[in-house]
Write a protein that binds this ligand. Structure first.
Ligand SMILES: [Zn+2]
Length: 263
């Protein structure tokens, strides 16, 4: 088996292994004491390769939502390791045997993860928060510099979910489901051309790509400073959009419409 390419980050008592898969997806292994939990295993083979290379036992799969590029490796990993599969209560998730609810706690070795329900991209979508990291796995709700498309819900639903995530500590590391970071930050700069944080972040993300480093994790503080989907209140952004007397949610909805049409 070809050794998979992966990257390692510390998150409090855990180690996070980021495994790029399927071109622009990120799958993750949360590792502690020789045990691993796989977040959104799009493809089994690269994760099995990393588990073997690191001598880890897969305890659990944590799915954020049902899309194939987040659950594609579920059945093969379960067959190979006997792991349990946790995720939102959605019959479209293959092999799900541990449906989770909002605010529920999941224990994994010495770690406790909190489930946050974040509908918007899909009707059933959850994020996983590790307070002792702090670290957050956001699937297709919050991306570095962006947010997921509104595939199954309206703007108000996604807006509510993003606001839930925004209440977490600023130093929280954000591990998202896709690598759209540079494109997202180019779009952000068009909306806020005078925001020095956005300009700096775009340069930093381009450097990461150039050096072969992943564009994750970001932090929630960085997202609040540069991600237009968390910045509806910014006067500069509102000026660019020509929206001054509308709610933050309406500004968010307009940014989402523009991003959908963005080349
Ligand atoms: Zn998705």
């Amino acid at each position: 088996m070809k050794a998979a390419n992966y990257f390692e980050h510390a998150a409090g008592p855990a180690v996070v292994l980021t495994v790029p898969v399927l071109g622009d997806n990120f799958s993750y292994l949360i590792v502690v004491e020789g045990l691993a939990a796989a977040v959104d295993p799009a493809d089994a083979a690269p994760l099995l390769g990393v588990l073997k290379a690191r001598g880890l036992r897969l305890e659990m799969i944590l799915n954020t939502h049902h899309h194939f590029d987040h659950v594609g490796g579920n059945r093969e990993l379960k067959a190979a390791t006997g792991c349990r599969i946790a995720g939102p209560d959605d019959p479209r998730i293959p092999g799900l045997d541990r449906p989770v609810k909002d605010d529920e706690r999941l224990t994994f070795g010495p770690l406790t993860l909190e489930v946050l329900c974040t509908p918007g991209h899909t009707r059933n979508h959850v994020c996983y928060y590790l307070p002792s990291g702090p670290a957050l796995w956001t699937g297709d709700t919050l991306f570095t510099g962006g947010c997921g498309r509104l595939a199954e819900s309206g703007a108000a639903t996604m807006w509510g979910s993003l606001n839930t995530l925004a209440t977490l500590p600023g130093e929280t590391q954000v591990f998202c489901g896709h690598d759209y970071a540079v494109e997202n930050m180019q779009f952000a700069l068009e909306l806020e051309p005078d925001n020095p944080d956005v300009r700096r972040r775009l340069a930093e993300l381009r450097a990461r790509v150039r050096e072969g480093r992943p564009t994750v994790p970001s932090t929630l503080a960085e997202e609040k400073a540069t991600n237009p989907f968390l910045r509806s209140g910014s006067p500069d952004l509102r000026r660019t959009l020509g929206l001054t007397d509308v709610s933050d949610m309406e500004v968010f909805a307009e940014i989402r419409r523009r991003k959908d049409a963005y080349a």
